[in-house]
Design a protein around this ligand. Structure first.
Ligand SMILES: Nc1ncnc2c1ncn2[C@@H]1O[C@H](COP(=O)(O)OP(=O)(O)O)[C@@H](O)[C@H]1O
Ligand SMILES: [Mg+2]
Length: 140
């Protein structure tokens, strides 16, 4: 996959694959959104980032690996990319129809709703994959 770079920030920041790492990444996202005058997207984008990073940590991170996150400006919003270390063929994000009594299994359903279906998975060079999501303002 082609690597996109922006003049504003490094292409990718590596965060610890822990709840604290997710917390730090969310704050970094909030700062970036404020810089781009997109602070109103922070609640939605923060939730999306949290779910994707938690999935990377719980389902797709080799021991000792960090989670790579890229935040890229797009028309009307941002593209969030979360890099993990498991290839698509070995494990892909799959929204599930969690029963009401289930304690897990709603993260991707939430991401799908918050992004109005604008999310997906791409292979990347080398091991692992990228799960991406777009957080944008609703079309006027
Ligand atoms: N980055 C990922 N790599 C591999 N599998 C994933 C990834 N993200 C999610 N999955 C799969 O998709 C399922 C649904 O994810 P999600 O809706 O977030 O629920 P939960 O994480 O609570 O199981 C997970 O149980 C897992 O099997
Ligand atoms: Mg999850």
């Amino acid at each position: 996959m082609a690597t996109t770079t922006s003049p504003y920030l490094p292409a990718q920041i590596l965060w610890p694959a822990t709840p604290r790492g997710v917390h730090q990444a969310r704050h970094s996202l909030e700062r970036q959104l404020a810089e781009w005058d997109l602070a109103d997207l922070a609640p939605t984008a923060g939730l999306v980032l949290t779910e994707l990073m938690t999935n990377a940590a719980q389902h797709a991170t080799a021991p000792g690996r960090r989670t790579g996150v890229s935040i890229l400006p797009t028309p009307g919003g941002v593209r969030i990319e979360v890099h993990d270390s498991v290839n698509v063929e070995e494990g892909a994000p799959t929204p599930t129809d969690a029963p009401t009594t289930a304690e897990r299994g709603r993260g991707l359903t939430l991401v799908d709703a918050l992004t109005t279906h604008q999310w997906g998975v791409t292979d990347r060079d080398g091991p692992g994959k990228i799960v991406w999501a777009l957080c944008t303002h609703p079309a006027a």
